[in-house]
Design a protein around this ligand. Structure first.
Ligand SMILES: [Zn+2]
Length: 132
């Protein structure tokens, strides 16, 4: 894993940890289950290969998948927040009564807070069984 993505993992924000079932070094990312027997496809999922947790590249991949889910969720939250804040600004007529700069400042703060609230309410999944 690159240094950058490792640093990024510290700032995923809230996550909903999916509890991993089973034991063993073979892991299915879809059903979040560990198996003793591998390699091959997951016995429960169709076309889902089991991943060897002993392999460094696999561990990096699992961290990356969690990070991608988190980034995607933050993007969705920011998009929803922007839409809500713009509607509120227009509804309150702030564009007319306040300075544009004041509205922009309010909008930025409200958007950030709203996005954090949304990610807190709907946190991304953390499926990596090795995540701390
Ligand atoms: Zn599976």
């Amino acid at each position: 894993m690159t240094q950058e993505s490792r640093r990024g993992l510290g700032t995923l924000g809230p996550v909903r940890r999916i509890v991993c079932r089973g034991q063993g070094k073979w892991f299915c990312e879809r059903c979040v289950t560990r198996y003793q027997e591998g390699p091959g496809d997951c016995p429960r999922c169709i076309d889902e290969p089991l991943l060897n947790l002993d392999v460094g590249a696999v561990r990096e991949l699992l961290e990356e998948l969690d990070a991608n889910r988190a980034r995607q969720r933050w993007g969705q939250a920011m998009g929803a927040s922007a839409a809500i804040v713009i509607v509120v600004l227009i509804a309150n007529g702030l564009f007319g009564t306040q300075t544009l700069r004041g509205s922009a400042r309010f909008g930025a703060v409200a958007m950030g807070g709203l996005a954090m609230l949304l990610v807190g309410l709907f946190p991304p999944q953390q499926r990596n069984p090795l995540a701390k």
